[in-house]
Write a protein that binds this ligand. Sequence first.
Ligand SMILES: O=C[C@H](O)COP(=O)(O)O
Length: 271
Amino acid sequence: MTSTTNGVYDRTPLMAGNWKMNLDHQQAVTLVQKLCWTLNDADHDFDTIEIAVFPPFTDLRSVQTLIRGDKLPVSLGAQDLSPHASGAYTGDISGQFLAKLDCRYVLVGHSERRSVHQESDEIVAAKVQAAFTHGLVPILCVGEHLQVREDHRHLEHTLGQVRAGIAKVPTQHVQDLVIAYEPVWAIGTGEVAGPEDAQEMASAIRELLSQDHGPEVARSVRILYGGSVKAANVASIMREKDVDGALVGGASLDEAEFASIVRFEHHLLTD
Ligand SMILES: O=C[C@H](O)COP(=O)(O)O
């Protein structure tokens, strides 16, 4: 599978739906079924764009059973994991358990984890390592608050989060990483960063990866944009050459809207 938008590199676009703390396990199954029906009805080519859903932990087994039973072309991911493999960590979930549930991805360092649960760069780095240890692909979430952007420190801040998050990851793992740039001021606010803002950051992240891990690794890493992505704005973001997909919150809870986001190439053709 290759990217058909930025053309230069062989990166498969990834459209990831982070449901956050929404939908119980029955609603989760219904949403995934409806999403696939909607995409099938639209003759969507599932080979060109990867689709992943990130339900709450309690939904994962039900969604896994559906995906496996109906052989649905949808990847499964979790919203968080413990930095530890097992032990006395009440309420935490091991990456080992997520891998057993066929999770391919896990979000790490989402801004809501960093702000609500005070996750530091050190904890985020330990979770990135734990993900790789258990064979999961971490989606490292980074991004600045509004004040940082207004102070013109957004590049320094966000690149610092990237460097800290992958500090202990060997180069052979870095190439499999996914990074999601989510400016905090654009999350759930209806404010969307301009495509040029997304490209500026994605390009800077790729340059940093190139410096630290070499150009081949930098070309392999997929970089997503997140923050108020909708069907109406996804095409302009996906036109940017270093943006390889979207991490979608609210709009991923509606099968028609998320299906339309997944079919962003259709918008490119009709724009
Ligand atoms: O993980 C998703 C992001 O937080 C974006 O959420 P949003 O699309 O509701 O703004």
